[in-house]
Ligand binder design. Structure first.
Ligand code: FES
Length: 177
């Protein structure tokens, strides 16, 4: 049986979007000139970004958020996790990508939470989750291992976890989209 305080800790460590979001609608307040019939509608633009207060996430913790109805991990990496991601020889990777090209701040990893094999949500956000052989994320559906940069390192997934457009509006406000 799980200890009550362990459940609390797990809940705290696995914050859902509602807890961290400060607004599901981004700062898209301008009128989009309809000069191009292919331009997205104002409604689509209004949902095109989300802002999150990430200040309560501690190093080593992650949250799962939704943006455009898709799940994403926001993970605050520890120093060893950052070092592990940076020292990888990218020539050895299935999809060669440098860690610095996947993050806007080395402490923060923002990646899709859909395995690039068949779309399961990998483990690695909750405390105690199996993070796989490379310390990032592990997809239990068919055994794909991702590293601390969300890059595929072992298993059937063909690609790295995609990085959505994101940036920090302030030190603690992350904008995705
Ligand atoms: S869906 Fe992740 S390994 Fe198959």
């Amino acid at each position: 049986m799980t200890e009550p305080h362990a459940e609390d800790e797990e809940r705290r460590d696995f914050l859902q979007l509602a807890a961290g979001a400060i607004g599901g609608v981004g700062a898209v307040t301008f009128a989009w000139p309809l000069v191009d019939s292919m331009s997205p509608s104002a409604e689509v633009l209004a949902l095109s970004s989300t802002e999150l207060d990430v200040s309560s996430i501690k190093p080593g913790q992650a949250i799962l958020v939704k943006w455009r109805k898709r799940p994403y991990f926001v993970r605050r990496r520890t120093k060893p996790e950052i070092e592990a991601a940076e020292k990888v020889d990218i020539a050895s990777l299935r999809e060669p990508e440098a860690d610095k090209d996947r993050v806007t701040k080395s402490e923060w990893l923002v990646v899709s939470a859909s395995c690039t094999h068949f779309g399961c949500i990998p483990k690695g956000a909750k405390v105690g989750d199996d993070r796989g052989e490379f310390g990032g994320f592990f997809c239990p559906c068919h055994g794909s291992h991702y590293d601390t940069s969300g890059r595929i390192r072992k298993g059937p997934a063909p690609r790295n976890l995609p990085v959505p457009p994101h940036n920090f509006v302030t030190d603690k406000i992350l904008k995705i989209g």
